[in-house]
Design a protein around this ligand. Structure first.
Ligand SMILES: N[C@@H](CCC(=O)N[C@@H](CS)C(=O)NCC(=O)O)C(=O)O
Length: 234
């Protein structure tokens, strides 16, 4: 069987990847026990979608963690969600959208826009780019992210509003998790890889935010992150 090469954002701050979608995919690959080799890319530009992660497998290049997971399911017959009912799969999909299409952007805001966090984030996110290039590239990349946040819509809100949105998303995840070991019950499923990718990148990094405080204030979420780390990255 051809090797899977996983292109991803570098490790940092004690996480295997500081990219939430990269950490999601790596967690998923470990969850389903499909072997892979990682290659760290300094920038996302080489990928088929111009974003990270992407994979190479059997002569193909596939971008987008969601499409990659669908591809892996077809090629390797893995499906950690096989145990879920149709209604549970629908819930899992809705939670995924909450995490990836909304909560994720509050994390992006805290890393790239909040002044006190930006130097900390910049040093690690652009850490593989040679220093002279980084000087030029950092403000351009930051302007690009600001535009993405505005196009999404979240960037049009005040800081307080963005943090209230992020905290409410985290609160909903904590309430939904309640005292279960994993979001959908006793067994880890795809949504746990999704949630871990973003929540660990909020809670376990030196980027300060009320959203991070909200995660750390929810004992069940803290235990959940520890459980997933212990199970897949010990
Ligand atoms: N929907 C994509 C999102 C990937 C994504 O946003 N990746 C970020 C890093 S975690 C990225 O490459 N950002 C660079 C950019 O947007 O230019 C997926 O699921 O893979």
């Amino acid at each position: 069987m051809a090797e899977i090469i996983l292109h991803q954002i570098p490790a940092g701050w004690g996480l295997p990847s500081i990219g939430p979608f990269c950490l999601k995919l790596e967690t998923y690959l470990r969850m389903v026990n499909v072997p892979y080799r990682t290659v760290v890319d300094a920038t996302p530009f080489r990928g088929p979608k111009g974003k990270l992660p992407w994979i190479e497998h059997a002569g193909r290049k596939i971008g987008d963690s969601g499409f990659i997971i669908e591809y892996l399911e077809t090629r390797f017959g893995c499906d950690p969600d096989a145990c879920l009912s149709v209604a549970e799969r629908a819930t899992s999909r809705a939670l995924r959208r909450l995490v990836e299409e909304n909560l994720y952007w509050t994390m992006v805001y805290d890393r790239w826009i909040v002044e006190d966090n930006w130097p900390v984030a910049r040093a690690v996110i652009l850490g593989m780019v040679p220093a002279p290039v980084r000087q030029v590239m950092a403000p351009i990349a930051r302007r690009g992210v600001r535009r993405q946040l505005e196009a999404h819509g979240i960037g049009r809100h005040s800081r307080g509003e963005i943090h209230a949105i992020g905290r409410a998303d985290v609160g909903s995840l904590a309430d939904f998790l309640a005292d279960k070991p994993f979001l959908m019950g006793e067994k880890a499923t795809q949504i746990d890889a999704v949630a871990y990718g973003v929540l660990a990148n909020i809670a376990c990094v030196p980027i300060e935010s009320p959203v991070k405080d909200e995660v750390k204030g929810r004992a069940n979420l803290v235990g959940y992150l520890e459980r997933i780390r212990g199970q897949y990255f010990a």
